[in-house]
Design a protein around this ligand. Structure first.
Ligand code: ZN
Length: 163
C-alpha cells in the first residue's frame, strides 16, 4: 500500500485505513415564540465515507510528538509544585495560614499525579484519532471545496451519529 502521508510503499499490515466523513449541512430555523428567539439547527447529511491509508510509522511519529508535547507541558508544572512543597516543608508557614497552604499543596500534588496519567491514557487511547486527524489534514483542503463538512469518523460519531 502507498502511504498518503509520506508517499512510501509499505506492507499492507504496516498501516491502516483512517475514516473521514463528508457531506452537506442543512440549516433549519425554528421560532421559539415564548423566548422571542430563533433556534438554528444544523443537520449533517452524510454523503459518504472515505478511508485514507496511512502507514504506522507516520502515525507513530505523530503519536510520539503528542506524548513528548504532553510531557513538556507537565514537567515544568511538576517541578513547580515539587519546589513549592519542598519550600513548605523546609520553612512551614506560620499558623493560621499554614493549614490552607497544606491543603492547597496536597490538592495540587494529587492533581499533578492524576493529570499526567489521564493525559497519557488519553494520548494512547486516541491513536486512531491521531491517524484520522492526519487523514483529515491531507484531505480537508480539496474536499472542503466540494462538501460543506469534512470531519474524522470519531468526531462524526461523537455528534450522535452511529456509524
Ligand atoms: Zn507514511
Amino acid at each position: 500500500m502507498l502511504c498518503e502521508k509520506c508517499h512510501r510503499e509499505r506492507d499492507d499490515d504496516n498501516g491502516s485505513y483512517y475514516q473521514l466523513c463528508y457531506g452537506f449541512t442543512e440549516k433549519s430555523a425554528r421560532d421559539i415564540w415564548w423566548a422571542n428567539t430563533r433556534e438554528i439547527t444544523t443537520t449533517y447529511k452524510l454523503k459518504d465515507r472515505e478511508g485514507v491509508w496511512i502507514c504506522d510509522p507516520c502515525v507513530n511519529l505523530r503519536y510520539n510528538l503528542a506524548t513528548i508535547g504532553a510531557w513538556l507541558v507537565l514537567l515544568p508544572l511538576i517541578a513547580l509544585v515539587l519546589g513549592f512543597v519542598i519550600a513548605l516543608i523546609r520553612d512551614p508557614v506560620s499558623p493560621p495560614s499554614s493549614f490552607g497552604f497544606w491543603c492547597f499543596s496536597c490538592c495540587t500534588s494529587g492533581m499533578l499525579i492524576i493529570f499526567p496519567i489521564w493525559l497519557l491514557i488519553w494520548v494512547r487511547g486516541s491513536r486512531t484519532e491521531l491517524g484520522e486527524n492526519l487523514a483529515l489534514s491531507l484531505r480537508k483542503k480539496s474536499m472542503k471545496r466540494i462538501y460543506d463538512f469534512v470531519m474524522t469518523a470519531s468526531r462524526y460519531a461523537r455528534l450522535g451519529h452511529g456509524l
